[in-house]
Design a protein. Structure first.
Length: 94
């Protein structure tokens, strides 16, 4: 059974150069961020590097998950806005 992704909320943020989404999707168990990112990339035809998943929530005992995420217009916009971890900053500086 293929799960359908239902868009709950969609917003275009011109200032931050991204689209902000809240979607609902049914899974048998917790899919994890990697699988959700793959689904989003294929559904919205976006590069995985431009996708940031903010939350992946489900009610207790429920198989319906609410996913909040951003899709940036470009990798440059993503790198400019999103916070990088200290390790990534060190590697980028070398």
């Amino acid at each position: 059974m293929k799960a359908e992704m239902t868009i709950v909320k969609e917003n275009k943020n011109e200032f931050l150069k991204r689209k902000e989404f809240s979607v609902s999707e049914h899974f048998a168990s917790n899919p994890g961020y990697a699988k959700v990112k793959e689904n989003i990339a294929s559904k919205f035809k976006a590069e995985p590097e431009t996708i940031v998943i903010k939350s992946l929530k489900s009610g207790f005992g429920s198989n319906n998950f609410v996913i909040e995420f951003y899709i940036y217009d470009s990798v440059e916009a993503h790198n400019k806005i999103e916070v990088r971890k200290k390790k990534a900053k060190k590697e980028a500086g070398k």
